[in-house]
Ligand binder design. Structure first.
Ligand SMILES: NC(=O)C1=CN([C@@H]2O[C@H](COP(=O)(O)OP(=O)(O)OC[C@H]3O[C@@H](n4cnc5c(N)ncnc54)[C@H](O)[C@@H]3O)[C@@H](O)[C@H]2O)C=CC1
Ligand SMILES: O=C(O)CCC(=O)C(=O)O
Length: 409
């Protein structure tokens, strides 16, 4: 088992929002036993307290890691988002403090695509209100407003990992797939990319959203866009709650312009299972409401737990930052017989030469060196003889522009 300079049992890992047990098991198997585990997100004041002595934080989509949280988390080394979206993290605040943020870009994509597929069938058959009626003792045995998926047009907005998987699954059910993406994407099967969002809205029987939360996707589906959808069409949103103006959606559902919707994500979501869910969509019988569970299958959660904890352990043990979403990516080999210095600095001219100058002036022989930068931060990794690592660390800390540095044994 590799060693870190700080005794592993002293490295505090704060896991929130019921991150899967595979993560806990993996941390422990790698010697990280100091784990504070919470089944849901913490209220802001408790979060600020809990992060004070945390070295690693693991969250899902609910916990907001803001500038204030990073400011309070003085010992923080890295963040793991046990999900795809990283919009809940102020990535820039993390970057300028030299904190890489990792996520799991693939592990729950199939789960989301499958949920959407099921919802399409349910919506096209009017199941939400028929099921609700049966529960009340009613009996709506009618084909009115019920349709097969076969031959209908599915419009996918955002043809990334989830959108493109949904495309393949939908074609196998006989749907014609159209998609709109800001990037030109290779169509899978017979899917067709359209040039504009308006074309997609005007042509689709079902519109499904699969874009990330960005400034450009915030409220991208509002009253105007909803009115451009075909009368009697359905909307599915399992992306982010900020993509659809929910009050406008409620209006077009109440007016009957849209026949139904399935919504998994909301502008405001409860903090945990005990809190009340408040939404203008509550009570609308033609709407499937789900509590942000697109990616919540046991398979996906187990895989995510493993994937993200592995990324955090690798960074802690060996300095590798591959697949970090905000940070220069460096894939590092192991460093047997050497100590490894990690130096994160502002990306200003002259830092690398300064690092080499201070090391050479201290007569420290460099056995390997790695460098990667992004627009704001540089990441240098230097392997040195064991006897010199403390001296080298002290020398590196003096380099102008240093954000943080640490040594791995
Ligand atoms: N409901 C849930 O539980 C889950 C929700 N998600 C959400 O789904 C989102 C999408 O996931 P992936 O497919 O893995 O992401 P991805 O990054 O693979 O794909 C996103 C696609 O959207 C496109 N895009 C970006 N801005 C756009 C715009 N303005 N108009 C049209 N297309 C645009 C991108 O070019 C890209 O092709 C995630 O960012 C996350 O927010 C992800 C997993 C689970
Ligand atoms: O499972 C979660 O908490 C969030 C899933 C999600 O939205 C994501 O992966 O981006």
């Amino acid at each position: 088992m590799s060693k870190t300079s700080l005794d592993k049992s002293k490295i505090k890992i704060l896991l929130l929002e019921g991150v899967h047990q595979t993560a806990v098991d993996n941390f422990k198997a790698n010697g990280y036993t100091n784990i504070e585990y919470h089944p849901k997100s913490l209220p802001e004041a408790d979060l600020l307290k809990a992060v004070e002595d945390a070295h690693f934080i693991g969250i899902r989509s609910r916990t907001q890691l803001t500038e204030e949280v990073f400011e309070a988390a003085k010992k923080l080394v890295a963040v793991g988002c046990f999900c795809i979206g990283t919009n809940q993290v102020e990535l820039y605040s993390a970057l300028v403090r030299g904190i890489p943020v990792f996520n799991a870009p693939y592990s729950n994509t199939r789960s989301v695509a499958e949920l959407v597929l099921g919802e399409m069938i349910m919506l096209m058959r009017g199941i939400p209100h028929k099921s609700a009626a049966c529960h009340e003792g009613g009996w709506i045995k009618s084909a009115e407003g019920s349709y097969e998926l076969r031959g209908k047009k599915l419009g996918i907005i955002g043809y990334g990992n989830i959108g493109s998987q949904l495309s393949v699954l939908a074609e196998s059910l006989g749907l014609e797939v159209l998609y709109y993406d800001v990037v030109t994407k290779l169509p899978l099967g017979n899917a067709r990319q359209l040039d504009t969002l308006d074309e997609l809205l005007a042509q689709s029987d079902i519109v499904s959203l699969h874009v990330p939360e960005l400034d450009s996707t915030k409220w991208m589906i509002a009253a105007d866009e909803l009115k451009k959808m075909k009368p009697g069409a359905h909307l599915i949103n399992a992306s982010r709650g900020s993509v659809v103006v929910i009050e406008d959606l409620a209006d077009v559902l109440k007016s009957g312009h849209l026949a139904g919707a399935a919504i998994d994500v909301f502008p405001v979501e409860p903090r945990g299972n005990d809190d009340e869910f408040v939404s203008p969509l509550r009570g609308l019988q033609n709407v499937i409401l789900t509590p942000h569970i697109g990616g919540s299958t046991l398979e996906a959660q187990a895989n995510i737990g493993k994937e993200v904890s592995e990324k955090l352990v690798r960074y802690s043990d060996n300095g590798t930052t591959t697949f970090a979403v905000n940070f220069p990516e460096v894939a590092l080999p192991s460093h047997p017989g050497k100590h490894r210095l990690l130096h994160i600095h502002e990306n200003i001219p002259g830092v690398l030469s300064e690092i080499n100058r201070v090391l050479s002036e201290s007569n420290i022989n460099i056995s390997s060196q790695y460098l990667q930068t992004n627009e704001k931060v540089g990441y240098v990794v230097v392997d040195v003889d064991v006897a010199y690592s403390q001296q080298a660390l002290e020398a590196l800390k003096q380099v102008k522009g240093t954000i943080r540095s640490r040594v791995l044994f």
